[in-house]
Design a protein around this ligand. Structure first.
Ligand SMILES: Cc1cc2nc3c(=O)[nH]c(=O)nc-3n(C[C@H](O)[C@H](O)[C@H](O)COP(=O)(O)OP(=O)(O)OC[C@H]3O[C@@H](n4cnc5c(N)ncnc54)[C@H](O)[C@@H]3O)c2cc1C
Length: 471
């Protein structure tokens, strides 16, 4: 059977695919999503530890939240332990099955059409994307690969594999006396990785999620971790317990995009490299893909300074020379703003839409370019990457401090642009440039970008001040 073409076909219904589908459907696109399993969220391989703020940042359904985590014990190979308590609740444990199902319900309500099947092939031709399962051929204008840590389709499309993969094994087991989170290091516990135990409080009784990520023999290291905790935590591991095993990406694939193809979440290897945690990053990449692309996709876009914000290079499908115009070729601060203005001037006559991600420190070298842009009516969309510091310098000084045995915390001195934070929207408005911000709530970003795009299309500059995290 061949289905009629949709705007976007999503392969995989984990957090990344479901969230991207939800955002795209809400923005009015026709979305088909193909998931190989009958039910979303199962089988579970994940420990489900998630940053508390993810629920606010991504406006997630909170019904999957099980318990909070505030204490962690790091155990060295010698057995010596260090305890750490966070001042506020930064992490929670979720029920992954419920989490995925709630996301699926929301996506379906927003209009995403679900199909069951395993996509075995994806190809791109002039008419768009073609994806096949055993029974159906799907056609779409674009596809998002959100198929988790399975890399057959990426390999076929020439996108490569994650540079680093580890094995993992995990299970949730009843436990009478679960303690605080424990993380065990060392070759005996988990070569090149770590083993963990996370307390889980369900309404019927307490459990523990025991897991391990390591280079080899994940199941053996899992069982050893169970034995380490059995008596202390009262772990009731049933006879013949088999953990769920899965490969875990710890680095991105070579390229996360191709013509009409964008790769998200674990499928792109977008995870926290220290822990392999990928729910947050999967949602983030899904959101960035949907939101930024939404704002500019209909325009003949041109990214003026494309060497500073790597995710744009990875996510946006550059197919023409004017799409990505590179950078200074050096690391000079103060280049980005005037360079973007020059690009905007050149692009104006060509009818191209100029967008640039503007670092905050960089703009302070020549803030007057905003006046020049307003005076000469040069259409440029400045999206402020406002992390309130010269972070490049901070990272360099931290690295130097590590090499020379100096105090790394002093890297911040003289490099922070805060207290008071600069209001870049006011700076722009004062010079006659349309501006909004500072935007600290990601939910407000999409609409602000749309308004700014409308201003630039009318022929003038616009600036959206986006407050970003430091690295
Ligand atoms: C042991 C372990 C513990 C973890 N613990 C945590 C944690 O505590 N916190 C955290 O943030 N992250 C954790 N992670 C990582 C987290 O599980 C992933 O980052 C997250 O699930 C990625 O979401 P995703 O949507 O990209 O992929 P997935 O959740 O893997 O979803 C991909 C979906 O695509 C479907 N699929 C695959 N191929 C196809 C195909 N060809 N056709 C159709 N459907 C397909 C799959 O069935 C699946 O439903 C853990 C991972 C492991 C292995």
């Amino acid at each position: 059977m061949t289905r009629s073409a949709s705007d976007v076909l999503i392969v995989g219904g984990g957090p990344a695919g479901l969230y991207a589908g939800l955002q795209l459907a809400r923005a009015g696109h026709g979305v088909d999503l193909v998931e190989e399993h009958r039910e979303f969220g199962s089988p579970v391989h994940c420990t489900g530890v998630l940053a508390r703020d993810a629920f606010d940042v991504f406006d997630l359904p909170a019904g999957s939240l099980l318990n909070e985590l505030r204490q962690v014990r790091f155990v060295a190979p010698s057995g010596a332990a260090v305890d750490y308590t966070t001042p506020t609740t930064e992490a929670v444990v979720i029920d992954r099955v419920r989490f995925d199902r709630q996301l699926a319900d929301e996506a379906q309500r927003a209009g995403v059409r679900f199909h069951q099947g395993r996509v075995t092939d994806v190809s791109v031709d002039r008419a768009g994307v073609r994806a096949t399962t055993a029974e159906t051929t799907f056609r779409a204008r674009a596809t998002l690969l959100a198929c988790g840590a399975s890399y057959g389709l990426q390999r076929k499309l020439g996108l490569g594999l994650p540079k680093l993969l580890l094995q993992s094994a995990q299970a949730e087991i009843p436990a009478d006396r679960p303690g605080d989170v424990e993380v065990h290091f060392g070759a005996a516990a988990a070569p090149r990785g770590f083993a963990w135990a996370v307390p889980v409080h369900r309404s019927d009784r307490p459990y523990v999620r025991i897991g391990v990520m390591c280079q080899s023999r994940a199941a053996d290291h899992f069982h050893a971790m169970v034995e380490r905790l059995r008596t202390r935590w009262g772990v009731a591991a049933p006879e013949g317990l088999t953990p769920r095993q899965k490969v875990l990406p710890l680095a991105p694939i070579d390229r996360t995009y191709a013509e009409r193809v964008l790769v998200l979440g674990d499928a792109a290897g977008l995870v926290k490299p220290t822990t392999g945690g990928g729910i947050y990053y999967g949602l983030l990449s899904a959101r960035l893909a949907a939101e930024t692309w939404n704002a500019i996709k209909a325009e003949p876009w041109s990214l003026a300074v494309s060497d500073r914000i790597p995710w744009a290079r990875r996510l946006w499908p550059a197919t023409d020379y004017h799409h990505m115009l590179g950078g200074s070729g050096a690391q000079g601060v103060g280049y980005a703003a005037p360079a973007a203005l020059g690009v905007g001037l050149a692009n104006k006559a060509k009818g191209l839409f100029t967008v640039t991600f503007q670092p905050d420190g960089d703009l302070m070298y020549s803030p007057g370019i905003l006046w020049t842009a307003a005076y000469h009516k040069i259409p440029v969309l400045f999206v402020m990457h406002n992390n309130r510091a010269y972070h490049q310098e901070i990272m360099h000084l931290q690295r130097m401090a590590a090499i020379h045995g100096r105090r790394p915390d002093q890297a911040w001195i003289g490099n922070v642009i805060d207290n008071p934070a600069i209001d870049y929207a006011k700076l722009a408005q004062a010079q006659g440039v349309w501006a909004e911000g500072p935007i600290e709530d990601p939910a407000k970003l999409g609409a602000a970008l749309q308004r700014a795009v409308a201003v630039v299309k009318k022929g003038g500059p616009a600036l959206v001040d986006v407050v970003c995290q430091g690295r």
